[in-house]
Design a protein around this ligand. Structure first.
Ligand SMILES: Nc1ncnc2c1ncn2[C@@H]1O[C@H](COP(=O)(O)OP(=O)(O)OP(=O)(O)O)[C@@H](O)[C@H]1O
Ligand SMILES: [Mg+2]
Length: 580
């Protein structure tokens, strides 16, 4: 119920409208309630009493009631559609904002399918409830109370009889709700799996095709889709037992009333008009009870969704700017890692890291895959916090720095380049949407992306695909470099930025980088020992979360350790790749 209360808060802006909608719904119910009363008069006072001249009068009242109900219905539907849309808009916006600020750790845990479902499917289930379920529940309660009061005032015995099957109907609805709840949860989970599967498949369709794996993918999709279908059939199966039972119980009510009421009418203890009105009220009374089955579905769906949506809204953001956060301005670019330990889950991936990088220095970090190189950067930019130890920029702990100011001072060129489906200019200016044309061109020029961009038919306004389709690996990399430079950051990080490129393109980009890194503290993470590494002020070699070798190129070559072996191996590989 707490969730319901919270949900109602989203209607606060539209309180008045909701009240009007409820009044209209109430008026609609009154119209429905009046129809059997008028019919009773038509039967008793016009038809039985043979006062046909009164028919015209009653017919007009009847038509008026039916028409009013239709008009009231129209406005009521419109109001609830409008208010529910507005409430969901607010909720969706909050949900999206929350996701934007969530830390990496959250996205490590949540599947894309689940997140998509929160924003799309779950909110739709809640909207359906707000739009229909909510007003229907109120209508049902009022209809039941009104119909029952009118029936009691007409005939006590028949009223009690029409309640005879109520306990059975109630227990039927209750057992349906109990059985459906776990099934609905399973449907939800399998729908998330389905969404994730489609999302992953479409994102990775190039890999699927490259490996000729279409048939296998089809099969694994079929499995997930079948699970979703069978869960839905299971739910339908549960409903299909309960629905006929509910209909039967409702029908039984009418039969009891007709038999007993008919007997009373024959005996002259009940007018035919009253009997007719009674049967109509029983129907009015039973219709919503029958509908309770659907409402139970809708409520359970909405509640399961509400739970999930509020779970996201209430989730703790582990990484956030502290109170009185320091705004980093005009930094020198001094970086210190002080005895840093870090684990993602249980296993430590960084164990006692100590690094000091002076302003303007170029540092190269090497090491095998999984040795913890990217994790270092994740901590520097505060994508995660260290388990113990500190990271300082210009002697300020990054934990005390305002997050956006921290990240604006660090230009990161990630291991995987992501190009948004937008223009090239927008992709470069991603971190600074208000960047002027000259700034974008300056960054592009520095990244040596200007030449190929200007050759494109629409230049900087060329729209590139979701993943930068239409751009070569090297071109994407250059856009990523330009994007990292747009803030003119004092600290630059290149995480394996060129390893996916061929030697020639890599050499070209390395040349570019030589210009780019001038005057910036630079961390180069790489597998390949390039000219930049050789010329670096210091090289760190990492293994299993520890720094096992450090020094300049010459020092490490003299040391004849892992760096030396890597260098020799790569030299040999390169020599072998050249024609004899
Ligand atoms: N989000 C994560 N959740 C859990 N474990 C992670 C996560 N990211 C990385 N790891 C683990 O942490 C370890 C270090 O990973 P990291 O990405 O820092 O390695 P790396 O040196 O950058 O490797 P590569 O050269 O392949 O990029 C690895 O064992 C990896 O499996
Ligand atoms: Mg890495």
């Amino acid at each position: 119920m707490d969730y319901l209360k919270r949900l109602m808060k989203y209607l606060d802006d539209c309180k008045l409208l909701v009240a009007v909608g409820l009044i209209l719904a109430l008026a609609g119910i009154f119209c429905s309630m009046a129809v059997p009363k008028v019919s009773k008069h038509i039967i008793d006072d016009v038809l039985v009493a043979r006062h046909f001249e009164k028919l015209y009068h009653f017919a007009i009242i009847l038509a008026g009631l039916v028409l009013s109900k239709a008009i009231l219905n129209y406005f009521q539907s419109y109001i609830f559609e409008y208010t529910s849309q507005k409430a969901i808009y607010k909720l969706r916006e909050q949900l999206y904002t929350k996701l934007q600020y969530q830390s990496f750790e959250y996205f490590d845990r949540a599947s894309t399918g689940a997140i998509m479902n929160r924003i799309v499917g779950d909110l739709e289930a809640i909207r359906n409830f707000l739009n229909q379920g909510f007003v229907q529940v109120i209508s049902i309660v009022i209809t039941l109370i009104l119909a029952l009061s009118i029936m009691l005032s007409m005939n006590l015995l028949l009223s009690f009889l029409s309640l005879a099957t109520t306990p059975l109907i109630y227990s039927n609805v209750k057992s349906l709700a109990k059985k459906l709840q776990p099934t609905f949860r399973e449907i939800r989970t399998s729908f998330e799996k389905l969404t994730s599967k489609v999302q992953e498949n479409i994102t990775g369709i190039r890999v699927v095709k490259a490996f000729g794996n279409e048939e296998l993918e089809k099969k694994s999709f079929g499995k997930v889709a079948f699970e979703f279908t069978s869960k839905n059939i299971q739910a339908a199966d549960i409903r299909s037992v309960h629905n006929p039972l509910a209909n039967f119980l409702n029908g039984l009510n009418s039969v009891i009333i007709l038999v007993v009421g008919g007997y009373l009418a024959i005996k002259g203890k009940l007018s035919i008009g009253t009997l007719f009105a009674f049967v109509s009220y029983v129907n009015l009374f039973s219709a919503p009870i029958g509908n309770i089955q659907n409402l139970v579905n809708q409520w359970q769906n909405a509640f399961a969704s509400l739970e999930k949506v509020f779970e996201v809204l209430d989730s703790e953001v582990l990484i956030h700017s502290p109170k009185n956060a320091i705004h980093l301005k005009n930094i020198k670019g001094d970086i210190k890692f002080e005895n840093v330990y870090f684990k993602y889950k249980d296993k430590f991936v960084l164990k006692g890291i100590n690094i000091h990088i002076q302003p303007g220095e170029v540092v190269a970090i090497l090491g095998q895959a999984g040795s913890g190189k990217s994790s270092l950067i994740n901590l520097l930019a505060r994508f995660y916090d260290p388990t113990s130890g500190r990271i300082l920029i210009d002697d300020v702990d990054v934990k005390n720095v305002k997050l956006c100011s921290l990240r604006r001072n660090i230009g990161i060129i990630m291991q995987e380049t992501f190009i948004f489906s937008d223009t090239i200019a927008a992709n470069i200016a991603f971190g600074k949407p208000d960047a002027k044309e000259e700034e974008i061109k300056w960054a592009a020029k520095l990244a040596r992306a200007d030449e190929f961009i200007e050759r494109l038919p629409e230049g900087y306004s060329t729209v590139v695909g979701e993943r930068g389709i239409g751009l070569s690996g090297g071109q994407k990399q250059r856009i990523a470099i330009a994007r990292a430079l747009i803030y003119n950051p004092k600290i630059l990080v290149l995480d394996d930025a060129t390893s996916s490129l061929d030697f020639e393109t890599e050499a070209e980009i390395q040349n570019t980088l030589k210009e780019v890194i001038k005057g910036r503290t630079t961390i180069i993470i790489t597998h390949r020992i390039s000219q930049l590494v050789v010329e670096a002020n210091k090289i760190y070699y990492m293994q299993d979360g520890r720094i096992v070798e450090q020094g300049t190129h010459e020092e490490l070559m003299r040391f004849k350790g892992r760096y030396y072996t890597t260098f020799k191996k790569q030299l040999l590989e390169r020599a072998n790749s050249l024609p004899a």
